[in-house]
Design a protein around this ligand. Structure first.
Ligand SMILES: Cc1cc2nc3c(=O)[nH]c(=O)nc-3n(C[C@H](O)[C@H](O)[C@H](O)COP(=O)(O)O)c2cc1C
Length: 177
């Protein structure tokens, strides 16, 4: 890991990267599991901030994602960002579920294990390791704006459509050397 990546602090992450790009423009791979069995999905949106006075990242994950099941089981996960040349390969992880496919064997990316036991990819240019802090599932009544209510009415047809808000304390940040 140390040969390919150097560690930076969450504060340096904010200085070196545009946070709104990280959750807006740049899709990321969310990965959870252990070295024997792990799974990734593509994520987008979310944010960075403080929770219990510690730097956290949060993302929204639909209730039926297999990756979410592994996040809950292992209580840790990574967000991995990629340069454009690997983005198409990474987007493959958002095409089908690992619950009923072998996408982790098929994806053309190289798995890397961190010293904390997290899983990411050698091709990533930024890896954020997280410890699971909180999962919240807001219901329809928790939203107030007209836009949010309209979106929810269109999208939330059954409980498996509900988005869970997953908060993880940032334990390590790695950037490509
Ligand atoms: C560009 C892109 C962004 C995505 N963003 C999210 C997201 O923020 N939350 C989510 O639950 N699914 C998102 N998805 C869908 C999941 O990545 C996709 O359903 C994936 O196959 C789930 O895999 P899993 O069941 O193996 O976890 C996105 C997919 C793409 C292609």
């Amino acid at each position: 890991m140390e040969q390919l990546f150097k560690q930076i602090s969450p504060e340096e992450l904010c200085n070196n990267f545009n946070i709104f790009n990280l959750v807006g423009k740049d899709f990321f791979a969310v990965t959870a599991g252990n070295h024997e069995h792990y799974n990734s999905m593509v994520g987008s949106g979310g944010g960075f901030g403080l929770l219990f006075r510690k730097p956290n990242v949060w993302c929204t994950i639909r209730s039926d994602r297999y990756t979410l099941e592994l996040i809950e089981k292992e209580q840790k996960f990574t967000l991995s960002y990629f340069f454009d040349e690997y983005k198409q390969k990474m987007l493959f992880l958002g095409n089908k579920s690992g619950r009923d496919s072998k996408k982790m064997e098929e994806v053309e990316l190289t798995t890397i294990k961190t010293s904390s036991g997290n899983i990411s990819f050698e091709e990533a240019n930024l890896i954020i390791e997280c410890k699971l802090i909180q999962i919240t599932t807001p219901g329809l009544d928790d939203f107030y704006s007209k836009e949010a209510k309209e979106w929810l009415n269109d999208t939330y047809k059954s409980t498996s459509d509900y988005r869970k808000y997953v908060f993880g304390e940032i334990t390590h940040v790695w950037v490509k050397k």
